[in-house]
Design a protein around this ligand. Structure first.
Ligand code: PMP
Length: 448
């Protein structure tokens, strides 16, 4: 099939004028997308693709949910923009609905334009609140592409004259499949990861550490679901040393794991919680920080030095109100948990049993990673951490040819469909992956 005339023009203009994220611009061949509905998108050749990526793991409510589209249209007809120092009904209502769902008493909401600036502001709040500067963060993490956020990010996508962010210290978190601690089971991995974190705090000097930033379930870096004991242990260390616990729920929040926030699986309450993506499924850019009473009180008498023109933008806030309301009324968070437990988990484990390229599958809700390896015994990844490989490129092409849009990072294929996905759609996607994985199998030692 060939591109329609309109799609061909879109492609041509894109290649002439658009600068894309994280890419060598000369090596790009972006797929033109022209329409979307529910769990499907359509490309410029008219092909329908099952969106197993939720775009960038953000369309939790699916594409073009009619109630969210209508809410944006209604808000646009009333008031398209409001400066941050005014009060506005859409922003107030969004803040109420979010604070009702956050764990503990994280009832004050600072709105940003997306995830990275939410992380930037959470770190700034923690530094001001504690009067300390250092921030501890995991390797194998993603926190955004802006200055501090990208330096918190624990992966090797760095550049030669990257000066780093003063005070950022990385540590290893639990990841049993590729254990840094030579652990043999989850209990041992948890215990050793916690003692490594405690040692890091002691060696850095507890009185210098403002915050520990963690994704409750690391997303882009590989969807490693921690044990409850790990996050409880982090909470205890923060309490012991007066360190602010920042849970980054930009990707794991708003239903992705089958609860409103991933940290609610573990009964832990952070001091600051960052969100974006699923808050309004990305229909209009929005992110934010949910703030504890103690940290909010820090800024009761002195000004908070920071802000954004579009903080709590009314179109974005109206989309959040409609998204959260629809997710609540339509049982979408429970659906995500149920599909994960009944369909995706068992289905992916079945694929792992039959495909030698799968080293491990792990996840929860509609948040799953397939860890691809060249060799199941040595666990040599199918692409290096921080890079790509012809095998991964071929695998993506095979998924697309079969009709699935996957989310791929390094040696992993993530299965992260909208939270609204039905059992039939999930099974359709798994069947397509089953075929596509033969391409990855051909690159394993077993194929020789
Ligand atoms: N934190 C986490 C955990 C994320 O997954 C992301 C985005 N993938 C970000 C922060 C950054 O969000 P944004 O791209 O909206 O700036």
């Amino acid at each position: 099939m060939t591109l329609s005339d309109d799609a061909a023009r879109t492609y041509e203009l894109d290649r002439r004028h658009v600068f894309h994220s994280w890419s060598a611009q000369a090596h790009l061949t972006p797929t033109v997308l022209t329409a979307a509905e529910g769990c499907y998108v359509w490309d410029g050749e008219g092909n329908r693709l099952l969106d197993f990526s939720s775009m960038m793991v953000n369309t939790n409510i699916g594409h073009q949910h009619p109630k969210v589209v209508a809410a944006i249209q209604a808000q646009a007809a009333t008031m398209c923009t409001v400066a941050p120092h005014f009060a506005n009904d859409a922003r107030s209502e969004a803040a109420r609905l979010i604070s009702e769902r956050t764990p503990g008493e994280l009832d004050t909401i600072f709105f940003t334009n997306g995830g990275a600036d939410a992380v930037e502001h959470a770190v700034r709040m923690a530094r001001l609140h504690t009067g300390r500067y250092k921030v501890l963060t995991r390797y194998r993490s993603y926190h955004g592409g802006t200055e501090t956020a990208v330096n918190l990010t624990g992966d090797p996508r760095r550049w030669p004259n990257d000066h780093g962010n003063a005070g950022v210290v990385h540590f290893f978190g639990p990841f049993l499949y590729r254990s840094e601690f030579h652990a043999h089971d989850e209990a041992q991995e948890t215990e050793r990861a916690l003692s490594h974190l405690a040692r890091t705090i002691e060696m850095e000097g507890p009185a210098t550490i403002a915050a520990i930033v963690l994704e409750s379930v690391p997303g882009t870096a590989g969807i490693m679901v921690p044990t409850p004991e790990y996050l409880r242990g982090v909470r205890e260390l923060c309490d012991r040393y007066g360190i602010v616990f920042i849970a980054d729920e930009v990707m794991s929040g708003f239903g992705r794991t089958g609860k409103w926030f991933a940290i609610q699986h573990f009964d832990v309450v952070p001091d600051l919680l960052t969100f974006a993506k699923g808050v309004n499924s990305g229909y209009v850019p929005l992110g934010g920080v949910a703030i504890s009473p103690a940290i909010a009180a820090s800024f009761a008498q002195r000004p908070y030095p920071g802000g954004l023109t579009y903080s709590g933008h009314p179109l974005a806030a109206a989309a959040a109100v409609a998204t959260i309301t629809a997710m609540h009324e339509e049982g979408i968070v429970d659906n995500a948990f149920d599909i994960g437990a009944r369909v995706l988990g068992p289905g992916l484990r079945d694929l792992a049993a039959r495909h030698p390229s799968i080293g491990e599958v792990r996840g929860i809700g509609v948040f799953w990673a397939i860890e691809l390896v060249r060799d199941r015994v040595t666990r040599e990844p199918l692409a290096p951490y921080g890079g790509t490989s012809p095998a991964m490129t071929e695998l993506v092409a095979a998924c697309r040819a079969g009709g699935v849009l996957p989310f791929v990072n390094f040696n992993r294929l993530h299965v992260v469909p909208p939270c609204v996905i039905s059992e039939a759609e999930a099974k359709e996607g798994l069947a397509i992956l089953d075929q596509a994985l033969n391409v990855a199998d051909a690159h394993t030692v077993d194929a020789r």
